[in-house]
Design a protein around this ligand. Structure first.
Ligand code: UD1
Ligand code: CA
Length: 463
């Protein structure tokens, strides 16, 4: 028995009013299509399907790039409806069983799809529809049943009369079909409807009328049915997905002081006993260790954080923070920043392509770019690497145990030797040997009784 999953992802997404293909709009940082393909991947791993086909149309190349590792794509040049999308894919479907799903339903889960497949097999139906009951079914196709409860068809919102509109059981647009049976009736689909399109939903009535068994699997979690057609529904999907992700991490032992303002991307991972304070956003491939305290007001993108890391009011991108490192408040750590164990990038500190060694501290008002800071270094307030000469970037090396006076300018390339000291306010352009003091500063002059003399001059007027 060969089972194929077909993802419909070609639509125009007119209601999104967007230049981006609808199925690539993101929910919790990932394209809707990827969430659907991932749920199918779960089915494939569990042995319920053998391969995944995706029907692409608008932005076909872009869409294909997104899923080419997991699926084969078929282009639907002209978009003439969900039924037409299946007709287009038909020559590429070599299967006994076909699962059809739309790419605009990012909340559907592997578990629910498994339930659908199980029911399809046990009921020996020719088609099984995934349905759910909504308090407000507006916009969805309604499931029609006869007095005995058997599914007889699906009517679209645009074609529904008042009695049909009152039906709360809706079509989620996910189905399992016996492929040979479906293939036979596909040519019977017509376009005599409000949109003038080939509706896949009409296949259900055609099958029922032909005496083929049609069943429906009603998922109790109505949120899984959400089909995203508009920006408003996209925001709804985002909120539902966010809640789902947050619940999962709380179950894994992560504390969230305010889950309603905690944003965790679909690919992020977090260790137990980590505390997320309000307004934390963890994005991309970020990995957070155990026992960290992040936030409030912190954004972390594509970073690796060890255990016991603290970050407050900061933005971190493509950084690595080892165990016990601390950041902020008010810090910006840019790509290539590495904070070794127990080190610190404190208040109003910016770093870029910089390694801060074990236990080293950059506590206040500093910019460290293209720098290598050894272990046990203290960088005084207001110190800055002058790493860019307008053409090239140059490196600053500060060796272990150096002590950097406040307001030191490192005119790179420059090296501060092990245990060396720089005088506060120095613009250091030459290497400082190990153990030496590097100071570059004009001699201080005090003009005595300055204030009194100035007043006297004022009283006497210009001479
Ligand atoms: C569809 C169903 C409706 C169901 C709802 C659930 C039909 C006729 N209606 O309506 O019963 O309640 O989904 O969300 O099927 N697509 C293509 N090629 C096309 C047209 C669409 O690939 O030519 C894809 C779209 O990219 C989209 C999916 O099919 O991912 C569904 O199309 P859409 O226009 O969103 O259908 P709905 O009006 O939401
Ligand atoms: Ca839809």
């Amino acid at each position: 028995m060969v089972r194929v999953a077909l993802v419909l992802a070609a639509g125009e997404g007119t209601r999104m009013k967007s230049d981006i293909p609808k199925v690539l709009h993101r929910v919790c940082g990932r394209p809707m299509l990827s969430w659907v393909v991932d749920a199918l991947e779960g089915l494939r791993e569990a042995g319920y399907i053998d391969r995944i086909l995706v029907v692409t149309g608008k932005g076909a190349d872009e869409v294909e790039r997104e899923v080419c590792d997991q699926a084969t794509c078929v282009v639907q040049e002209e978009r003439k409806g969900t039924g037409h999308a299946v007709m287009t894919a038909a020559p590429h479907v070599d299967a006994d069983e076909l699962l059809v799903i739309t790419a605009d339903s990012p909340l559907v889960t592997s578990e629910t799809l498994r339930g659908l497949c199980e029911l399809h097999r046990s009921s020996r139906a020719a088609a099984t529809v995934l349905s759910t009951e909504l308090d407000d079914p507006t916009g969805y196709g309604r499931i029609l049943r006869d007095e005995g409860g058997a599914v007889t068809g699906i009517v679209e919102e645009t074609e529904a009369g008042p009695r049909e509109k009152a039906i709360r059981e809706v079509n989620t647009s996910t189905y399992v079909f016996g492929w040979q049976t479906l293939k036979k009736i596909l040519p019977e689909l017509g376009t005599a409807n409000a949109k003038g399109e080939y509706y896949l939903t009409d296949a259900v009535a055609l099958l029922a009328r032909a005496g083929e068994g049609v069943s429906a699997y009603i998922t109790p979690d109505a949120s899984e049915a959400l089909g995203v057609n508009s920006r408003e529904q996209l925001a709804e999907a985002e909120a539902l997905m966010r809640r789902r992700i947050n619940r999962r991490w709380m179950a894994e032992g992560v504390t969230m002081e305010d889950p309603s303002t905690t944003y965790i991307g679909g690919e992020v991972s977090i260790g137990r006993d980590t505390v997320l304070r309000p307004l934390v956003m963890l994005e991309g491939s970020t990995v957070v260790g155990e026992g960290c305290v992040l936030g409030p007001n912190t954004r972390v993108v594509d970073c690796r954080l060890g255990n016991g890391v603290t970050v407050e009011q900061a933005t971190l991108r493509e950084c690595e923070l080892e165990d016990g490192a601390s950041v902020g408040p008010y810090a910006s750590l840019r790509p290539g920043s590495v904070l070794r164990a127990g080190s610190k990038a404190g208040t109003f500190v910016e770093t870029k392509k910089t390694v801060v060694g074990k236990g080293s501290k950059v506590p206040h008002l500093s910019y460290m770019g293209d720098a290598e800071i050894g272990d046990g270094v203290n960088v005084g307030a207001g110190s800055i690497t002058c790493n860019y000469d307008g053409v090239h970037k140059h490196r600053t090396v500060i060796e272990d145990e150096a002590f950097i006076g406040s307001d030191t300018m490192f005119i790179a390339p420059v090296r501060i030797g092990k245990g060396a000291v720089t005088g506060a306010g120095s613009a250091i352009s030459k290497d400082v040997p190990p153990g030496a003091l590097g100071v570059e500063r004009g001699k201080q002059r005090n003009i005595l009784e300055y204030k009194r003399k100035a007043k006297q001059e004022e009283e006497e007027g210009p001479s």
